[in-house]
Design a protein around this ligand. Structure first.
Ligand SMILES: N[C@@H](CCC(=O)N[C@@H](CS)C(=O)NCC(=O)O)C(=O)O
Length: 219
């Protein structure tokens, strides 16, 4: 892939293969044709809590992007930074309304679905596996219902038309996790299921998915 980065230093992305937040940024980097060094952080082993990693991100979450002297965390902030610094393949439409719908859909995923899903692992000791599944289904389901309603008036081939934009970067990993990780019944979300199929045909999305990452288990 063409470098596209300015300066001498290659971008570095601290990532975990299964992290949907990291996946959003991996898609953005791929779309913009930016090469990066993959720095694996094993969340199961707790590497996000190490003193070295916490120097990069004091809250102990992936993703973290390093671009020369710039160290950034939070997928939304990272993507907005990439958008301004590397304007090739815009992640936002110029139409103001469509842009706002992209922010809205992205934030439903990042504020109202993913953090609750992330929390499930902290409460799972207190829950049996059926209760854990219903916690996850309930929170993903609420968000997915809202997204179906929101996007029905805007979707084309992708979430807000026939071009890929920010909303798609947030939706693709979340839908992928719902299907592959949580076995969610997607028949209630036909639009999201259709988007999932459209994403699976795009190399920038396919190559960003968990199973394609260097730290993914081989089996
Ligand atoms: N709002 C942040 C959330 C980051 C986040 O929750 N990352 C998860 C992985 S998707 C994480 O690092 N979890 C580690 C942990 O909970 O210990 C973002 O969008 O980057």
């Amino acid at each position: 892939m063409a470098s596209g980065n300015d300066g001498n230093k290659k971008l570095q992305l601290y990532s975990y293969f299964r992290s949907s937040c990291s996946c959003r940024v991996r898609i953005g980097l791929n779309l913009k044709g930016l090469e990066y060094e993959y720095k694996a952080v094993n969340l199961v082993k707790g590497e996000q809590h190490s003193p070295e990693f916490k120097k990069l991100n004091p809250i102990g979450y992936v993703p973290v992007l390093v671009d020369g002297d710039v160290v950034l965390s939070d997928s939304f902030a990272i993507l907005m930074y990439l958008e301004e610094k590397y304007p090739q393949h815009p992640l936002l439409p110029s139409d103001l309304h469509k842009k706002a719908i992209n922010y809205q859909a992205a934030n439903i995923v990042s504020s109202s679905i993913q953090p609750l899903q992330n929390l499930a692992k902290y409460i799972e000791e207190k829950l049996n596996s059926d209760e854990k599944l219903s916690w996850v289904e309930n929170h993903i389901g609420n968000g997915f219902t809202a997204l179906e309603k929101l996007l029905k008036d805007y979707a084309g081939k992708f979430a807000t038309g026939d071009e890929v934009y920010l909303a798609d970067l947030f939706l693709a990993p979340q839908i992928h996790a719902a299907i592959k990780r949580f076995n969610l019944d997607m028949t209630k979300y036909p639009l999201l299921l259709r988007l999932h199929e459209a994403y699976s045909e795009l190399p920038a999305f396919k190559n960003a998915m968990p199973e394609k990452q260097p730290d993914a288990p081989s089996s």
